[in-house]
Design a protein around this ligand. Sequence first.
Ligand code: NAD
Ligand code: WQD
Length: 340
Amino acid sequence: MNDTVLVTGGAGYIGSHTTLALLEANYDVVVLDNLSNSSAESLRRVAQICGRKPEFVQGDIRDTTLLNDLFSRRTFTAVLHFAGLKAVGESVRKPMDYYDNNVVGSMCLCQAMARAEVFWLAFSSSATVYGEPTRMPICEDYPTNMPTNPYGRSKLMVERMLSDLCASDARWSIALLRYFNPIGAHSSGMIGEDPNGIPNNLLPYISQVAIGKIEQLPVYGGDYPTIDGTGVRDYIHVQDLADGHLKALHGIRSRSGVHIWNLGTGIGYSVLQMIHAFEQASGRPVPYQLVPRRAGDIAECWADPGKAARELGWQARRGLQEMMQDTWRWQSANPQGYAH
Ligand code: NAD
Ligand code: WQD
């Protein structure tokens, strides 16, 4: 019998790519998602790509009754926990929504797991927990006391809660996966990132400018102390990230306690480098305008991914060109995302 993994938030951007990778690796998958920021169409496409379907449960991770029913109906080997809210600006306007979905939601999930005696968990954390680091590249043991916004603080709270849980009971084995900047789409062009309204993140913004949905890209700040004055980030292909989750699943099986792994490439690119690479991959111009810095942004941020390489045998394999080509394949084939 195959191992069954519960994937919370599995209809979303990273969750759908990871669900696909799990199904392709012969896991059975149950997705729990309230569809607050996604569409079940992503899972239909996953099934089209790999010929296997995840079970889909529409519901909320804060719904204790639903969780108890689910954990008593199915036997899970592990939980991959993607569900949560992720928009930095919105988190400043609606902090309680973020603490409720991200912190209370994770607490409800862990309580249900403990009742069902499922102790293997991988949590979607973020490089945002490092706040404004003074040295690059960022290692896992860098201080995490200063995230710059409520979203980041909610992620850090969950990290600390999960560490306390591991310290209290040796049966837990938990991976805190700190993603850098996930971009790209599955190479089929059938699943990808489908943000609501005007995108917050760079790549979906660039691709909507390239297809003509938005007139031009605001480039937030041209006066950072970086290669060309624009912000530098560690962009990682979402399929590499999905593979990192499979490796982390193996990693937590053979360890107990809490383990932190950066999931990044170790390479930083500036906003202008990203624009030019996208123009090359798409053959479309991406008009942009330099505007003042965005509040809360840092100049540069890239990972030291060595710990995941040493301990999990994982490293990102896909380069910038592939990330751009895959983003463009998804965007041009699905100009309205999953909406039709
Ligand atoms: P996403 O919004 O596409 O996916 C999150 C999914 O969770 C969505 O399908 C949404 O409907 C669902 N969801 C939200 N609240 C829920 C709840 N209370 N109950 C059930 N389902 C709920 O986002 P994503 O980009 O795929 O991110 C996945 C995870 O990775 C998030 O936890 C996010 O904070 C984290 N992360 C994302 C990035 C990024 O840049 N995309 C970077 C670092 C960390
Ligand atoms: C990248 C670069 C911007 C949009 C955020 C969250 C982080 C994580 C990933 C979840 C920066 C510049 C952007 C635009 C621009 N998410 N930019 N014009 O800010 O590194 O990280 O997403 O965990 O927590 O903070 O990503 O894609 O928003 O920005 O010039 O319209 O692009 O200033 O230099 P960021 P991003």
